[in-house]
Design a binder for this molecule. Structure first.
Ligand SMILES: Cc1ncc(C[n+]2csc(CCOP(=O)(O)OP(=O)(O)O)c2C)c(N)n1
Ligand SMILES: [Mg+2]
Length: 676
């Protein structure tokens, strides 16, 4: 069924300070119409939810329209960046799309913009720079920062709108994002929707100290509060703020006092309100008072016309959307990862004639990427003049400058979110974590935001996260971990783990050109474990497959990272002392797993040894054993052997760490006793 034609008053989706000054009546009536559309739609969504026709969490925007409607109208939809919250249906309606498409999202039908993979207001339009929210409050702000910066880097005069609630204001992500925007001087309008409550919690239990807008001063940026009870005044101050941010490229923090007229969500029992409090709130409804004000100014007839037309339009759209087919699970699995592009046109220059350490090989790959790919940039802590904690980025800042190679503050979550925003807009950031361990600070951004993006919003996030990992260097439990099983239990992440300088060079190029978030595990013990030649390898994409290092017939050994080198030594010993030979595989790619060559080996040897440095319980080896043996189980001649670290935090002293991790000798001992 065709989408109904919207009433003419909804044709313009824009507003400017000039229009507010010169033709205020036009402007104010347009604001009213969009507010009324948002209200009618939110109200009908609530009814449809109560009828069981809409599922999930229905958090209405009733009371928030006086803020979000002028704000969304003022944004330049061809340039600017936004991420709307769960109170901002009105903003979604204005930014892009037909009402039917938004309703399709709520009905979770086959026409839903998230392909019905996300519910209700969790949609967006990333191609038009409206970034779909994830539930985790605060997480979207840094994405807006990154995409806005990407727009500016491309020469477009964008403003980003980073919106959050009074409850969200307590999260660390909000602080990290405000700090980052101030530091990088990004043109961001931060807007706090202060409706007095976070679910049932009043602001008095949310924060103490200064009012929310006054926090601006501590970031060295301008801040002010507005009361959206006066909508013309709200529109004018928002317009002035947007103009200012666009012109100065400095962030501003606005605390908007708004109302929440229907409790937190459809399921809210509202029993935390004082008697009469909800009625009193509803009596202050800004939409009603705005309508009365416009009617008193001589627009009563026009408003009646709008109301009738808009109500008929909403009903007609519901009729269309409710009849759309239910979604099918047909393409669920295919859509997890963004398709990878053809190989980039790398120059086939031989990299160097000198043998290199793995750290130098990575540096060379980064240099090649920065030289040949203008969309690339590198960020991380201490990576600029200092060259990174492990000197992997040595010299890059000097040669490529601050625009391409820059230090970040200690804010792993916001910096990763910022990188996601850059990646969504065509840049390809490479982020160095000082130690892999600190990536846990960014776990929401990596596993829930970046990793799910393509699945839920159809947008690619080409992002490389470099993770110096592993132990054996007496760094203790917070600088030595192997985190692959933590991350890779979540869908949507690719991961490479090279063990040689050449593979590290190849892996960085392969990860870089992939259209998905890729974790690059770099074992710190391998950074300087000897040198070997590194050449331009036209088959660099082979790092996505396991590499067979030696052949034999007694057992199939699968390992990766630093353990590859220990496994080699152990196999050599067992061959010379016990005359056993082994098929030895360096897995190299941990996700997506490609195990066919290893399965073929196991079908021949009938014995499997899996070795890794991460802990044993819930470790990556469990998954490897399961996937490798489930089809070959009855042909095995021995139970699979798993060699891993102990199920403990990584201990500090060398003697203790030695006992914790597999060593050449402990590997040999385990295999000998298993051989029986
Ligand atoms: C990090 C995080 N913790 C908890 C929640 C659950 N939750 C969803 S909405 C909400 C209240 C949010 O309050 P506020 O930021 O003021 O926004 P409002 O709903 O009032 O618009 C909570 C606690 C969440 N979404 N994210
Ligand atoms: Mg709130």
């Amino acid at each position: 069924m065709a989408f109904p034609k919207p009433p003419a008053i909804l044709d313009p989706r824009d507003l400017s300070s000039a229009e507010l000054a010169q033709q205020p009546d036009h402007a104010f009536l347009r604001i009213y119409a969009w507010m009324q559309l948002a209200r009618l739609t939110d109200n009908r969504i609530l009814e449809l939810f109560r009828q069981g026709l809409i599922k999930g969490t229905v958090t209405g925007g009733q009371g928030n329209e006086g803020l979000i409607v002028p704000l969304a109208l003022l944004a330049d939809k061809a340039t600017d960046v936004v991420s709307f919250t769960h109170r901002d249906l009105g903003g979604h309606l204005i930014w892009s799309g037909h009402l039917c498409e938004h309703l399709n999202q709520y009905f979770a039908n086959a026409g839903s913009p998230t392909k019905a993979r996300e519910g209700n207001v969790h949609h967006g339009d990333p191609k038009n720079r409206s970034l779909p929210m994830i539930s985790h409050l605060g997480a979207m702000l840094s994405n807006v920062l990154g995409m806005t910066d990407s727009q500016r880097r491309l020469g477009r005069p964008a403003v980003g709108f980073a919106i959050f609630g009074d409850g969200g204001s307590s999260t660390g992500d909000i602080h990290e994002s405000l700090n980052l925007a101030a530091l990088l001087s990004l043109p961001i309008v931060f807007v706090i929707e202060n409706n007095g409550y976070a679910y049932s919690t009043p602001v008095s239990e949310q924060f103490s100290g200064v009012e929310l807008w006054q926090r601006a001063a501590s970031y060295g940026i301008e801040g002010f509060a507005i009361d959206t009870a006066n909508i013309p005044a709200t529109a004018k101050s928002l317009a002035a703020a947007v103009d200012k941010v666009r012109a100065t490229s400095r962030p501003i923090l606005i605390e908007a006092r708004v109302l929440r007229l229907r409790g937190h969500a459809a399921y809210d029992t509202c029993d935390y309100f004082q008697p009469g409090e909800l009625d009193a709130l509803q009596a202050r409804d800004t939409l009603a008072s705005y309508r009365a004000r416009l009617a008193a100014a001589g627009h009563a007839k026009t408003l009646e016309g709008f109301d009738a037309e808009l109500a008929a339009y909403v009903e007609a759209c519901i009729k269309v959307s409710i009849a759309v087919a239910r979604p099918t699970p047909a393409s669920l699995a295919q859509d997890l990862f963004a398709p990878t592009s053809a190989p980039l046109p790398w120059t086939a220059r031989a990299a160097t004639t000198e043998p290199l350490t793995m750290a130098q090989a990575l540096n060379l790959a980064l240099r090649k990427i920065l030289t040949e790919r203008p969309e690339s940039l590198i960020l991380g802590q201490d990576i600029a003049t200092y060259g990174g904690a492990f000197k992997v980025t040595d010299g890059l800042y000097k040669d490529f400058g601050r625009q391409r190679v820059f230090n970040t503050p200690l804010a792993e979550s916001a910096c990763t979110g910022y990188a996601i925003g850059l990646a969504l807009n065509g840049h390809r950031p490479i982020e160095e974590f000082q130690f892999a361990d600190f990536s846990t600070e960014a776990i929401t951004q990596i596993t829930l935001n970046a990793a799910t993006y393509h699945f839920r919003a159809g947008a690619a996030v080409p992002l490389v996260l470099r993770l110096p990992c592993g132990g054996g260097l007496t760094f203790g439990s917070f600088h030595s971990q192997e985190l692959e099983s933590l991350f890779l239990s979540m869908p949507g992440i690719k991961a490479l783990y090279p063990s040689t300088p050449q593979d590290a060079f190849n892996a960085l190029l392969a990860a870089y050109e992939d259209n998905n978030p890729v974790l690059l595990f770099e074992h710190k013990g391998l950074y300087r474990r000897g040198k070997s030649p590194v050449v331009w390898d036209p088959n660099y994409r082979n790092v996505w497959e396991p590499h067979q290092l030696q052949t034999g017939d007694f057992a199939t050994v699968v390992t990766y990272g630093e353990m590859v080198h220990l496994a080699r030594e152990a196999c050599e010993y067992l061959t010379s002392e016990y005359e056993r030979t082994f098929d030895l595989f360096d897995l190299r790619c941990l996700s997506p797993l490609k195990l066919d060559s290893i399965r073929a080996s196991l079908a021949r040897t009938h014995r499997l040894i899996v070795l890794h440095e991460g802990r044993r319980t819930h470790g990556f080896g469990a998954e490897l054993v399961a996937q490798l043996t489930e089809e070959l189980f009855f042909s095995l001649e021995a139970p699979p052997l798993r060699i891993a670290s102990l199920d403990l935090p990584v201990p500090f002293a060398p003697e203790l760490e030695h006992a914790f991790r597999p060593t050449r000798n402990s590997i040999i001992e385990r295999i000998v006793s298993w051989m029986g």
